[in-house]
Design a protein around this ligand. Structure first.
Ligand code: ZN
Length: 168
């Protein structure tokens, strides 16, 4: 009973969190996200996708396997870059690192956690025959859309790390 109660409250906090981020939309952008998830094979197929009407360029994942992508990201990204965003979120879900309830692309997590999710995401992209540079071009779009110079600096460091690990 205790476990059931915990699961219920976690679900309720996910839904109330999502409602604060913006209304959930189910237009053709949700279809694009689902197709991008399919590009990631079995891991991507195991997730539940949502699109939030929100102009920021970001994505979030919950331990339940629910992945939220902002309409701002979808409108700026190619299908393959959306797949890169989902691959990064899979990194958070697989790594089981200490993290806030919702771990975002440009969110409150520590830089090191983001870098580990990036590395995992890049490996998923490679495994599926996709270019790991998709994550770099996506992060550049996230940086371009953020007003915070601290966030842009963190993203620049993440891009540098991805480039270094790819030997570029
Ligand atoms: Zn992240």
């Amino acid at each position: 009973m205790l476990l059931t109660g915990c699961a219920l409250s976690a679900e309720q906090s996910r839904i109330s969190w999502a409602q604060r981020q913006g209304p959930e939309i189910t237009d053709e952008r949700l279809q694009r996200v689902k197709l991008a998830g399919q590009m990631l094979g079995a891991q991507g197929a195991g997730l539940t996708y949502h699109v939030l009407q929100n102009g920021s360029v970001t994505a979030y994942s919950w331990p339940s396997g629910d992945v939220y992508v902002s309409s701002g990201l979808i409108d700026r990204a190619s299908d393959a870059e959306i797949a890169a965003a989902i691959a990064h979120e899979l990194g958070h879900l697989m790594k089981e690192l200490p993290k806030p309830a919702a771990a975002g692309l440009g969110g409150p997590s520590a830089l090191q956690v983001e870098m580990e999710a990036d590395a995992y995401g890049a490996s998923i992209l490679q495994k599926q025959g996709l270019k790991d540079s998709l994550l770099i071009s996506l992060l550049q779009k996230v940086a371009d859309a953020t007003a915070s110079s601290q966030c842009r600096g963190d993203i620049a460091e993440r891009i540098h790390t991805l480039e270094a690990s790819a030997g570029r």
